[in-house]
Design a protein around this ligand. Structure first.
Ligand code: GLY
Length: 437
């Protein structure tokens, strides 16, 4: 490896992570173990992240504020966790200041920030996805819904914190969604609406590191989006996840890489807006054929937590290689075992919930064999840890098998004393059911 390449990927560096959820705690936990990691900062972080990084306050969507902090504190690498600072162009501002960052610039982040942009990119490179149309007024959108019939999918074009998608089973539901989006239910994100054909099949997620040209697929991981057992109840950001996910067979992964990911990465490079960071492809698989549901331009949360638990290599050189366009120079090793994470959420989530309820016995839970407790929404006054968000803890475990990982995680969940919280009791059930056949 030439010296210049080595210097852009290896060597001691102070790191800043942007974000304060379970994904960022898992990233901080993994990055802190790197021999190349100097001082580690996280903005805003949380009570769990404070154990491995110095938590700092700043407006993480203000690229100039982030760059000023980096210059002041000698930060040489920034890992951008959530989509909002990516869509706001923080990586672009940092690049202009000579500070490398993990995560795409604003134009490439449109793969998550604009549903219609993603559809256009897919159409341009032939990546399979559902037939679609874009509308900027309710009347035309409603006429289209009546013409296509149900089931049908209505999406706010912009970022809507995971809440801008309605899978309508009837024409009436679809018309109501159109009405509500154009009526401002998702603010400016719903100023344009994309309407897609419904895709039947089984959902799977594919995570891929990209450096603008080269790609490196990560192991499979799958979340559970519904709030309650049996995959029932309202949609959430994810109530748990596991890895590997048997639904993503080698054949489906190969097809998804060849037919969706590689063509899209090539198309983005051709447009002069190369994609660098992690690309999270939500897929629908029917009869072994994957089609794209959506992209996210960041790690899944809580999928990242199980991936970090299975990682057997140093993550930091791989993240730096994405930014440096040198992904071909690194590889990642993963354990053969399984990992699982159970989300503990505030009672009432994803609806309204109480904030500030106390949580006890976290150290005892973390002492269970194979368990890591990642914090997603907590604060601490030094004595008491309190819930500050909807999704609050990610009780995570690795094991030789998914069953072992699951048993360990739920043993730790049982140790945690948090009357204000709840969790699903069946994370991993689909994969476990496949196992026993
Ligand atoms: N777990 C789903 C997401 O991160 O969007």
């Amino acid at each position: 490896m030439a010296d210049a390449v080595r210097a852009s990927i290896h060597g001691r560096v102070n790191v800043l992570i942007l974000g304060g959820g379970g994904r960022e705690h898992a990233l901080a936990w993994a990055i802190a173990k790197s021999p190349d990691c100097g001082k580690l900062f996280c903005a805003p972080g949380n009570a769990g992240i404070a154990a491995v990084a110095e938590c700092v306050r700043m407006d993480i969507e203000d690229g100039k504020a982030v760059a000023d902090f980096c210059k002041l504190m000698g930060v040489g690498f920034v890992v951008i966790g959530p989509e909002a600072p990516l869509a706001a162009g923080v990586a672009d501002v940092l690049a202009a200041e000579g500070i490398p960052a993990f995560g795409p610039g604003a134009e490439a982040a449109r793969l998550e920030a604009s549903k219609s942009f993603t559809k256009e990119v897919c159409d341009a490179c032939g990546a399979p996805t559902a037939a679609w149309a874009r509308f900027s007024d309710a009347e035309a959108a409603s006429a289209y819904v009546r013409e296509r019939g149900a089931p049908i999918v209505v999406k706010a074009d912009g970022l809507a914190a995971g809440k801008g998608v309605v899978v309508a089973e009837t024409v009436e539901q679809a018309l109501a969604a159109v009405e509500s989006m154009f009526g401002g239910s998702h603010g400016s994100a719903g100023a344009e609406v994309v309407i897609e054909d419904f895709m039947a099949g089984e959902e799977a997620s594919l995570f891929v590191l990209c450096d603008g040209e080269n790609v490196l697929a990560l192991p499979s991981a799958q979340d559970h989006k519904r709030a309650y057992d049996g995959d029932t109840g309202p949609n959430t950001g994810g109530m748990g996840a596991y890895s590997p996910a048997p639904v993503l067979t080698d054949d489906v992964e190969r097809r998804a890489m060849d037919e969706i990911v590689r063509p899209v990465i090539a198309e983005m490079a051709k447009r002069g807006t190369p994609y660098r960071g992690v690309l999270y492809a939500g897929l629908m698989i029917e009869d072994g054929t994957p089609r794209l549901v959506e992209f996210n331009v960041r790690f899944g949360d809580p999928e990242c937590q199980v991936l970090m638990l299975r990682l057997a290599s140093d993550i930091l050189p791989a993240l730096r290689a994405c930014a440096a366009g040198k992904l071909g120079e690194v590889g990642l090793d993963w354990t053969d075992g399984s990992a699982i994470t159970v989300v503990m959420a505030a009672r009432g989530y994803p609806g309204s919930y109480e904030k500030g309820t106390p949580i006890a016995n976290l150290d005892a839970a973390a002492a269970v064999d194979g368990v890591e407790v990642f914090h997603a929404g907590t604060s601490s006054d030094g004595e008491t840890t309190r819930a500050t968000g909807g999704r609050v803890l990610n009780v995570s475990a690795s094991g030789a098998t998914l069953r072992e990982a699951r048993d360990r995680a739920y043993r730790a969940v049982g140790v945690i004393d948090w009357p204000g919280g709840f969790n699903r009791t069946d994370i991993g059930w689909r994969a476990l059911a496949r196992d026993s056949h």
